[in-house]
Every structure is written in C-alpha cells, then in structure tokens.
Ligand binder design. Structure first.
Ligand code: SF4
Length: 721
C-alpha cells in the first residue's frame, strides 16, 4: 500500500495550515496533531493503537483525515464504528463536510470524491418482499392497517428504507415493523426477486457500503458481523472504533441471547398459523399448492398439516417450561416490591430440586421441538426438489422455510445449552419482574463471559490496523498508582495494542472546582439521602438552577425530585427528572433552554450529554457509580479476579465516574463546579484512584454548609461579577 506522509498530514492541523485557513477561529491543539501522527503510523506500519484523547482534543478529525486519505489513495475501505447515533450524526453532518472541504482546500485530494456510507443492522431496513406479501394478504388488524398506511406514505419519500425515519411509538407497531424488516438472515439473491432487481434497501445499503471509502457503523453491527462470519460488513482491513470504552458492553449486549414466552410463542405461531391471510410459511405453502398438480398439492398439504400440528402440540410444552422457570425464580429470588429479579445460574443453583423441574420441562418440549424441525426439514427437502425441477414459484416459500428452520435450530441450541449443557465461557441467568403479585417478562438469558477472545479473533487478529479511541479508556494501576490502559486491555484481550494518552487542552485547574463534601453520611447510612437533597438545594438556590445531578438509580432520584420540587419552585427553579416520560434528548433540550432549572438524571445522562456554557455550571455526582454487585454478567465476570472489588468493580466505576465528570467542561471557556456527595472518595483508600483518574483540577474539601458560598465565589471569580 501507498504510505501516508505524516508531515504532510500534520501540517493540515498546524497553525497556518489548511484547517485554519478554512476556519479562522480554529484553535491549534498539539494533542490533535499527536493523535493524527499516531494514527498515520498505525496505518503505515499496520499496527493497532489505543488512544485516549481528553475532551476537546478534536479526535474525529484526527482519525478522519488519515482514514479518508488512506482509503482514497489505496482503494481500501476503512470502517468507523461508534456506540451512539449521536456520534454518527455528528460525523455525517459536521465532521465529514469539514473533512471534504479540508481535503479539497489543501489539494491533497478531491473532497467531493470521498464516498461515505452509513450502514445499519438488518432490522433497520424495510424488506420490500415482506411488504408486498402483507399488501397482497391484506392487513389483519387495525394496527396493521395503520402501520401499513404509514409505510406506504413514507415509502416514496425514503432513500434508505431505514425504519428510524418512521414514527412507530407503540410496541404493537414496532412488532409489526419487525415482521416487515429485512431481519431474516437467510434471504439471498436466489430466493428474492427484489434483491436482483435492486429494489431491496438492505442490498442497496450494502452496495453503497461496498463502494464507499469510509463506512460508518455502530459497535453492535461490528459484533453482528463477527457472529455471522463476516456476512454483514464488506471486507475491510482498517477499523477505527470511537467510544471504545463501550466496546465490551456493546459486544455483550449484541451477543446476549434472550428466550421468553413471547418469543417462543411467536415462533410457534409462524409455524402453525394456518390462516392464509396471515402470511408466513403456511400461508405461502397454501398459496403455492393452488398452482401445483393435485398429487403434489396433497403431499405438500400433508406436510403443512404435520408442521401445524407439531407447532400446536409444542405450545403446552412452552407453558410448562416457562412455569417451571417462573417457579424457580420465585424460589431463588423471593421478596416483595416491583423490580427486576435476576438469578445467576451457577452450579449451586442448578443443584436445587426446582431446577430438575426445569430440566424435565425442557426434555418434554425438546421432543416436540424436534418434531417441528423434522416437519420443516421435510418441507424444505420437498421444496428444494421442486425448485430443482424448475418450479421457481417455490422460491418464496423455500426462503421462509429456511429462515424458520434456522430460527428453530438457534433456539433449540440456546435452550439445550442454558438448561442441560452450560458452556464454561457463557453466563446464564434468569430474569423476571413482579408487578401486582404476578410474574411478568420472565426470560432465560445467555451472554459471553469474556468478550476478549472475540475481539481478538474477529477484530484484532484479522485486521491490519485497528484504532480504539475515547475520552475515557484508562483507569488506575493499583501497583504503580498511576493511570493505565491495563484494565481495558485485559477486558478486550488487547494486550499488544500500542498506547497513547492525550490530555484535554482545557485548563481544568483554572476552570473546574472539585468540591468534596466531607461531613455527610456515606451512601446507605442514615441521613445520606437528606444530605444529598440539602446539598442540591443549596447549590441550585445559590446559582439559580444551572445544575445537573447524576444518580446511580431511579429510587433516590425520584425521592430527591419529590423533596426538591416545592422548595425550588418557590425560588422559580424548575426540576426536570429523568423517567418522567420524556426522552433523554427532550430533557436535555428543556434544561439547556430553561433559565433556571435543575436536571436530575441517572445512567444515560452520565455520558454523551453536551451542554456547554452557563446552562450547566454545577454538576453533582451523588454517588460513586459502582455496578450493582448482583447484576448477573457483572457478578460472573467478578469471579475472574483475585480481588473482585478492587480489581474489577473499582476500575469499572472509575471509567463511569470519569465520563460523568466530563459533562461539566465542554469548551475552553466553560467554568463550573463538580460536587461529590459520596464521602468514600476521601474516606476509603480506593477513593484516591477516582481522583487520580481526573484531569488536574482545583480541589476543595469542605462541609455541606459551605457549598453555597464556595460555589458562588468560584463562579463569580471567573465572570468578574
Ligand atoms: S433480499 Fe431479503 S431483505 Fe431484501 S427484499 Fe428480498 S427478502 Fe427482503
């Protein structure tokens, strides 16, 4: 391959370079240049790099420039993966247009010739073949009619067929979309006319991706590709993973298998539904039969009946199994209150008598499941033979039979492993919710214990250059007492990656005050919640709102919202709380545009929220963000460590803590205060690691009663008021 000229590329970002000619307000950042240089070396030398780049480094441009030039000059695709849609939108709408101008302005390449494609998972795209089928059969309910109408109005206007462009708020509408989406792993050009004629959106998106220089995807798609032996993404040797601190979680989520009553019954319904107008395999077979000679029609009808009967018979088996699982959950996770109950299925749990009932139930269902699979195989064999004899009309039914057969086998394997033959590299757990005395949403789950081997096998080993980047990749090394990539490298099996840590160009010492409250009870002790509420009240009243509070759970958030609403309303400050039905985006928007408001948030507000300027002047972290210890995947992974708390729980919490802290200072001129209301940060030895992982800011230790004056003094000293 043709190497990139490191100096030539670095000059683009230097003072007086092409970027500053296009944007006179552009500020030179040495960290951005250092990041670009490392990535150029990664591409040239075929090496993997892990790069932590603090807030404000401008990392997107630092990787987009080398990626685009490498792809254009060498005719090789580069895949860029993000965790969130927000970042994908930012890349497409803001950074790539800048990149294109920059390439043209500098004369390094014709920016308009840069081809960029966004590729999403199959379930995002409408499947025209399924839509035609539904239109042909006619909608079976009012909901179906409504969704169909929405789709038909939207269809002529869409370029992409991406369902995210549609507004489908109800679960019923979304379930119907799922049936109309391209989420059928087995369709191919042989069995689908739309594919061949270029009418398939998924196929079009894939073709665009194949022709692109840069392909933008998300982490989930990376692992869907890994799980399907690279059937999802076009071949590529260069990969940039932004928001890489989410890679393990994204892989776990993508590879988690969930089995519940609803899913099992839906699958059975697809096999047994004998009503022609419902579509599905049986409908397709009945329709097909009409065009066949009587003898063949009868044979096919007999096979179809066997399938329907077998599926019907399996229904009771599903009930027995789900009841046994619910009884097991009831025995192992008793208690009252409406919250999710989860039980990690360890060897000890599997030795309980109640588990024997689960095994028996599966034994019974497995036989019936096998009968369905046999019936499906007979149908597939018959259809294949017909196809071999030139009956091309069987293509659609064969495609459906193959898809269904694949789904049944996948579930059989998953249940067999979860119940009878657990694999040592997999975490299994049961989960259910209790509401009004009844169990609901009981499910059996399986997730990879360790994603490291997968990352190595599918990402690091086969690729020539992988760049992982984020503002938060490092935790603290216990022995050396300094920031280190070791924890993340361990989790991802990425030991050999080169590493680079780049500080934020922002002046935290001047602009961020870290206030550690010293005289409040520790979380869990009496009086803690009251102290938290008092601290928030004090800060918000002093500065007139402009405060975002990060909780680690909903219950204390709701209690605080109830306690604070009236006293803050009296001074004209509104309280917005996550969980009130608004989306995250709406909440943040409302908070940003309100003059006097407090925003109370949990998990999803700890990161990705960007509120520059005075709208957010005080960030309150109520509690160090430790994972709930009995969260099954976390608990199972903890057992891999000699000291699970210090070696696993603390580093994970440090990463989240750094993300939370990062919400405050979003630009060079931002200034504000971070209040830490978890005294363990000063009273416990591990607290020092949380502090060590932050950029060097001004630290103040003080009592609750001084929050108001200290916060006020800090903010006034900056604005000169
Ligand atoms: S190729 Fe598959 S996804 Fe595309 S239209 Fe045909 S069946 Fe649907």
């Amino acid at each position: 391959p043709q190497p990139l000229d490191e100096e030539e590329l670095a000059r683009l970002l230097e003072p007086g370079g092409a970027l500053s000619r296009i944007f006179p307000e552009y500020e030179h950042r040495s960290q951005q240049v250092a990041m670009l240089r490392a990535i150029v070396r990664g591409f040239n030398e075929g090496k993997h790099w892990m790069i932590e780049a603090g807030t404000g480094v401008g990392k997107s441009l630092a990787y987009l420039i080398p990626a685009a030039l490498w792809a254009m000059r060498n005719g090789e695709r580069v895949v860029i993966s993000t965790n969130t849609i927000n970042l994908q939108e930012q890349l497409l709408q803001k950074d790539i247009p800048i990149l294109q101008r920059l390439l043209s302005e500098s004369g390094l390449a014709d920016g308009s010739a840069l081809r960029v494609a966004l590729l999403k998972g199959r379930a995002h795209y409408l499947c025209p073949a399924r839509l035609t089928h539904l239109r042909h059969a006619g909608p079976a309910s009012v909901e179906e009619m409504r969704v169909l109408a929405k789709i038909l109005v939207w269809l002529p206007t869409t370029q992409t067929g991406d369902g995210d462009e549609l507004y489908l708020p109800t679960p019923v509408e979304r379930a119907l979309w799922a049936r109309l989406s391209a989420d059928n792993e087995t369709c191919t050009a042989e069995v689908c006319a739309a594919w061949g004629e270029g009418g398939c959106f998924l196929h079009r998106a894939r073709k665009a991706a194949e022709a692109a220089h840069l392909i933008i995807v998300n982490h989930a798609l990376l692992f869907a590709d890994a799980a399907t032996q690279n059937m999802v993404l076009p071949e590529h040797r260069h990969l940039i993973i932004d928001e890489a601190h989410h890679l393990e979680q994204a892989a776990t989520k993508q590879l988690t298998v969930e089995i519940d009553r609803f899913g099992l019954l839906r699958l059975l319904q697809e096999a047994e539904s004998a009503r022609e107008h419902r579509g599905g395999l049986v409908g397709a077979l009945l329709q097909l039969g009409r065009n066949l000679p009587p003898a063949l029609r009868n044979t096919l009808a007999g096979m179809t009946r066997r399938l329907s009967d077998a599926a019907e018979a399996a229904r009771t088996g599903v009930d027995v199994l789900m009841n046994a699982l619910t009884a097991f959950l009831e025995e192992t996770a008793p208690g009252s209150g409406e919250y999710a109950r989860k039980v990690l299925l360890t060897g000890a749990e599997r030795n309980r008598p109640a588990w024997a009932a689960v095994e028996q139930a599966w034994e019974l269902l497995a036989v019936r499941w096998g009968a369905i699979q046999e019936a499906l195989n007979a149908i597939r064999a018959a259809l294949t033979e017909l196809l071999d004899h030139g009956f091309t009309e069987v293509e659609e039914a064969l495609g459906l039979a193959n898809g269904l057969s694949h789904d049944f086998e996948k579930i059989r394997q998953a249940l067999e492993a979860a119940i009878r033959k657990p694999a040592p590299d997999t975490v299994y757990w049961l989960e259910g919710h209790v509401g009004e005395g009844n169990w609901a949403r009981v499910g059996l789950y399986a997730a990879p214990l360790d994603v490291g081997p997968l990352v190595r096998r599918h990402l690091l080993e086969p690729k020539r250059c992988v760049i992982m980047t984020s503002a938060t990749l490092r935790t603290v090394d216990r022995e050396r007492q300094e920031p280190s990539f070791a924890h993340l490298k361990n989790r991802l099996g990425a030991w050999e990656m080169e590493e680079l840590a780049l500080d934020s160009p922002f002046d935290y010492r001047r602009n961020a005050l870290l206030y550690l409250v010293t005289d409040i009870p520790e979380p869990g002790q009496a009086g803690y919640q009251r102290a938290v509420e008092q601290a928030i009240l004090e800060a918000a009243r002093t500065i007139g709102g402009r405060t975002m509070v990060l909780f680690t759970a909903y219950a204390p958030l709701r209690r605080a919202a109830r306690a604070l609403a009236a006293p803050l309303a009296r001074v004209g400050i509104a309280v917005y709380e996550q969980g009130d039905g608004s989306s995250r985006r709406q909440l943040v928007e409302r908070f940003r545009s309100a003059e006097r408001a407090v925003l109370l948030g949990t998990r999803s507000l700890w990161e990705g929220v960007d509120i520059p300027g005075e709208a957010l002047s005080c960030l309150v972290i109520t509690r160090l963000p430790f994972e709930v210890p009995d969260e099954p995947v976390f608990a199972a992974r903890s057992t891999q460590y000699r000291d699970p708390f210090l070696d696993y729980a603390v580093p994970e919490a440090v990463l989240r803590f750094r993300q939370g802290f990062g919400r405050l200072i979003r630009s060079r001129s931002d200034r504000g205060v971070v209040l830490i209301l978890d005294r363990r940060i000063t009273s416990r030895s591990y607290g020092a690691w949380f502090l060590m992982a932050l950029p060097p800011c001004t630290i103040h230790r003080g009592p609750l009663s001084e929050i108001g004056p200290v916060v006020q003094a800090w903010l006034e000293s900056s604005t000169g008021r």
